[in-house]
Write a protein that binds this ligand. Structure first.
Ligand code: GAL
Length: 442
């Protein structure tokens, strides 16, 4: 793996390499959403009205609230590039659980879309290493280069000066979504607990009060990896968590074992079925069937689609024990090698990377713009809090969403986590995690 070092350290490592101590706001911290510009300029460059032809865009934003952000982009694409025809190739399934296999087959069969969704960091490096995507430096330059995209985010999608995608958004993974009415009914404070143990004590109180599902989780393996990464971060702390992704790092440690025990404990308060993918697990909180759910902040779109109000109907906290850290992932869009309509693909990238596109998309998606010049004040309260955290807090990289671990490693972690869902064998989960790291983190 040519680029392993750069990948494995991830965004947090980039900050460290830049001489930043973390926790503060160093000059190189992605100054995401610092406010400032109030206009949302539309895309520049390219042929007037677009290159023409079909532009196939592959994502996993296919159903329910998941597709609402994409619909905003589609609308703008048709408005700004009327010569082009947007072809929606989305395949449903959270975190790309179905889409990634379809994409891999399409790429393998020389049937690429014009552009596909990929996570900044280790996952994107898979596509670069496999020679499946083209550099897009010209588009990034047109869009404003590192004066509008955080330099260290660009580093996660670059190799030897070539930039391989256009970042559309930044999501936060370590968020607990809370139904305050369920907590109040059980006499539990709606303030965030100080740490994981205090939160586990509240889960126990909810159970004792007769709530069947104190915390909801999906049966899809990735939703469990998502829950696990938050607990791993809480138990290890940010620096030790980040070190797990340095090449050759051992996962055979007491800290990982203890995180696995805490994860096992938390699962004793979770549903064992009844929710497949993330929307159903989030809806359990929305409907008052569960007190909590840990999910990325795309959950905002689900709450919005059910007309729920942040701060009253639902609350959001950093996973207890991870306050002060933003567990990071970023979606980005590629120019697929061998795309039939590369100029049309570039028009799509122009829109995705524009201030206009990022404002419209991120307000609805629950994420925050990757660009630094989209005014924070235009965003709802939850996203404003995420912007502040991203700007000021330490950064750690998500496993489940391709920032810290590439597709193969992520999938092997998913297999170990999935086995544990059934057999509850803690030692087995630890050895599965250790084997996955030993094999993939070279
Ligand atoms: C992530 C992706 C998000 C959201 C989520 C749930 O991997 O980055 O944008 O779509 O999956 O499907």
């Amino acid at each position: 793996m040519r680029f392993k070092t750069a990948i494995a350290v991830g965004l947090a490592g980039m900050l460290a390499l830049a001489g930043c101590s973390g926790g503060g706001t160093p000059a190189t911290t992605p100054a995401a959403n610092a406010g400032g510009a109030t206009t949302a300029a539309g895309p520049a460059g390219g042929a007037e009205g677009g290159a023409g032809g079909d532009v196939g865009v592959f994502t996993w934003w296919a159903e329910g609230s998941e597709k609402d952000g994409l619909a905003e982009l589609e609308k703008l694409f048709e408005q700004d590039f009327p010569n082009n025809t947007f072809v929606n190739l989305a395949v449903a399934g959270g975190a790309g659980s179905n889409a990634k296999a379809k994409l891999a087959a399409d790429l393998q069969n020389n049937n690429p879309p014009e552009s596909f969704q990929g996570h900044a960091g280790a996952e994107l490096m898979d596509y670069i290493d496999a020679d499946q995507i083209e550099p897009v430096n010209d588009i990034i330059d047109e869009l404003g280069g590192d004066s509008v995209f955080p330099k260290n985010l660009l580093d996660l999608i670059s190799v030897d000066g070539d930039i391989f995608s256009v970042p559309s958004n930044v999501h936060r993974s370590n968020v607990v979504w809370v139904n305050p009415a369920v907590l109040a009914e059980a006499g539990i404070s709606t303030d965030a607990p100080a740490d994981l143990d205090a939160w586990i004590a509240d889960l126990e109180k909810l159970k004792a009060a007769g709530v069947d599902t104190p915390i909801s989780v999906g049966t899809a393996a990735w939703t469990q990896v998502h829950l696990f990464e938050s607990i791993l971060l809480a138990e290890l702390g940010t620096d030790e968590y980040n070190k797990l992704f340095e090449p050759g790092a051992s996962w055979d440690t007491d800290a990982v074992k203890s995180a696995v025990s805490k994860y096992a404990k938390v699962l004793t308060y979770a549903n064992t079925g009844g929710a497949d993918d993330w929307p159903a697990a989030t809806v359990m909180v929305i409907d008052g069937k569960a007190g909590y759910n840990i999910m990325g902040d795309w959950a905002v779109a689900e709450f919005n689609s059910k007309n729920k109000t942040y701060g009253t109907d639902y609350l959001a906290w950093p996973t207890p024990g991870t306050d002060g850290t933003f567990l990071f992932l970023a979606d980005s869009f590629t120019l697929a090698k061998g795309a039939k309509n590369p100029e049309g693909a570039k028009d799509w990238l122009r829109l995705v990377g524009s201030a206009e596109g990022q404002k419209a998309f991120n307000i609805v998606k629950g994420s925050i713009p990757a660009r630094t010049d989209v005014a924070a004040g235009d965003f709802p309260e939850y996203q404003q809090s995420a912007m502040t955290s991203f700007k000021e807090d330490k950064i750690a990289s998500s496993i489940a969403h391709g920032a810290a671990a590439n597709n193969a490693w992520n999938s092997e972690i998913g297999t170990a986590i999935s086995k544990f869902w059934t057999d509850k064998d803690e030692a087995g989960l630890v050895s599965g995690l250790v084997a996955a790291a030993d094999k993939n983190n070279k």
